[in-house]
Design a protein around this ligand. Structure first.
Ligand SMILES: Cc1cc2nc3c(=O)[nH]c(=O)nc-3n(C[C@H](O)[C@H](O)[C@H](O)COP(=O)(O)O)c2cc1C
Length: 210
């Protein structure tokens, strides 16, 4: 448990290995409450959140999620270079964890599916009204000692996945958060230096730390 927002942010690693132990509903309620504190366009609050514990529904979506891994993510991991600030060894560890979550996705005791009731033709900007809520929920889960990961891979087969979760027409899922008690420990996230990604005043002009 931590209430220090900077500590929570800097140690909110993707936690992909989760215990199947049940998570109290009161904690899920807190996470959802954190979600709806997020900014959203015009405060229209067209977000909708589906809490799923039903093993059959989770399994149906896991099959889709795994198919997307086998066809797309798995081969990409094997051929791509590690991202900035990440060693090859750490990247391979991440790959192992991604594969683990793929196989055990449905075993996370609770899923929160973040959706928007955004009609038949969502615009490119739609996600801007749901991902702040997703991040709030991830941070809240971390603060409560629960592990999760922002996952979107099911969207490779979005229509099929949304149908498997019983979403009505005009509602789309934007993220699935599998939530559970982590097997491992929270730890610092691996990111490149600020000076690699921040410029001052003009594009390309180095950022100097104050
Ligand atoms: C838009 C987006 C989609 C993501 N989708 C997935 C996913 O489907 N499965 C997964 O295991 N991780 C997913 N992630 C998690 C990222 O892989 C993770 O944040 C990144 O590797 C950094 O890892 P770290 O937070 O542990 O440092 C996603 C993250 C974002 C922002």
């Amino acid at each position: 448990m931590s209430n220090d927002v900077f500590e929570v942010m800097s140690t909110m690693r993707a936690m992909r290995r989760l215990k199947p132990d049940p998570v109290p509903d009161a904690l899920i309620h807190k996470i959802l409450q954190a979600g709806v504190c997020a900014p959203n366009g015009g405060n229209t609050q067209i977000w909708r959140f589906l809490v799923i514990k039903d093993p059959a529904v989770k399994k149906a979506v896991q099959v889709i999620y795994k198919r997307a891994f086998d066809e797309w993510i798995g081969p990409r991991y094997l051929t791509s270079e590690p991202p900035p600030g990440i060693t090859k060894e750490k990247y391979l560890r991440q790959h192992g964890a991604v594969e683990y979550l793929t196989d055990h996705y449905h075993e996370a005791p609770v899923w929160i599916v973040a959706c928007l009731e955004d009609g038949p033709n969502p615009s490119r900007a739609s996600g801007a009204s749901i991902y702040p809520a997703v991040q709030n929920m991830l941070l809240a889960a971390r603060a409560l000692g629960l592990g999760s990961t922002l996952t979107t891979r099911h969207m490779r087969y979005a229509t099929e996945a949304d149908k498997a979760m019983g979403l009505p027409d005009g509602v789309h899922s934007y993220a699935i958060l599998p939530i559970g008690y982590p097997m491992g420990n929270f730890g610092p996230v691996g990111r490149t230096k600020l000076s690699d990604v921040v410029f001052t005043e003009k594009w390309g002009q180095p950022y100097v730390e104050a």
